[in-house]
Ligand binder design. Sequence first.
Ligand code: PLP
Length: 403
Amino acid sequence: MSLETSFLPYGRHLIEDDDVAAVTAVMRGEALTGGPAVAAFEAALKEATGARHAVVCGNGTQALHLAALAAGIGPGDRVICPAITFLATANCARYVGAEVVFADVDPNTGLITAETAGAAAARAGGAVKAVLPVDFAGQFGDLPALSALARREGWAVIEDSCHAVGTCYDFGDGVTGAVGDGRWSDFTVFSFHPVKTVAMGEGGAITTNDGALAARMASLRNHGTVRTADAFTETAQAFAPDGGAHPWYYEMQELGFNYRACDLQCALGLSQMAKLKRFTARRRRLAALYDERLAALAPRVRPLARTPGVAASWHLYAVLIEFEHLGLSRDTVINRLRAEGVGSQVHYIPVPWQPYYRRRYGLPALPGTERYYARTLSLPLFPAMADSDVDRVFEALARALEP
Ligand SMILES: *Cc1c(COP(=O)(O)O)cnc(C)c1O
């Protein structure tokens, strides 16, 4: 099937024969869940990010929930979350009983900044426990400054990097690394939903450099149970008279969940992780081609502003279109693109505008968010796209913008 003539969605997975073989091998083996693919996937994620610990789980939303629990966030706490993100980022604060304080975003990147986080904290008037910066589209903004603010204020940093596996940075002064390495965050959260860069079907993970937090999340993922003798607290029921722990014994020490990822998911994820460099290189190449082509449509259309020193893995190729100045509705442009076989999507409806959050908090004034949301549109970007598909999207967009 040629992509020349087929519909181009805004994103999609790329599954190859070796991915299928990896999953099939698990299906024919001993362990469908609780087997060796789980630790193997975690090892691959540690290797790719440089983190000391990784905990894999059933999806990115569960990963956010586990991080919020391990950070000790609970009722009475406030958590700062950018207004432009997927619902799950804000929802994880609500799962643990905390209140969300929405921070504005930079209108040209969709990213939270130290300044907007500070303004949100001032609005909250205290009790802020954590900030949840989102690496929107795959890049991060001034995370070093935001992290410094969080350290000063005593906030935990839970970085939502669901868009950003494979993103690297090099600030030219010896400060280099990858998203997930924990340089500026206590927790980094990933999603392996098929529309993201690495696909597991459903899957998520947290990386951290704190072994105690990792152990707590691994326990919470499995009903809050522990299985090692040194962790047991009920010694009379845990240990035999000779001092050894009973062979059947385990303890549930707090209320946890079944948030496990099974070996089928992890085998697919492991096979895909081996391709992370190739997938990321392809996404960067396509984004660079878009940048070149779209220069012809400036200033009506602009790519997201870029953070110098950040080599994003580009989960999304979002552009900013001056719909209002053009006298064109976004609906018209989306429908015209679709008629030419080009999919597009809006990332995201501001989360505080959702009925649930409106009812709870009213509508905060977030001018950067409004300006961002009024202009954003995500164009097709996925590794199986050909270079010529970028031309096809560009030409369809140029026509769609005609009056
Ligand atoms: C996809 C996504 C999530 C949630 O991930 P799931 O695996 O779908 O649960 C959270 N935050 C952001 C920013 C996302 O894009």
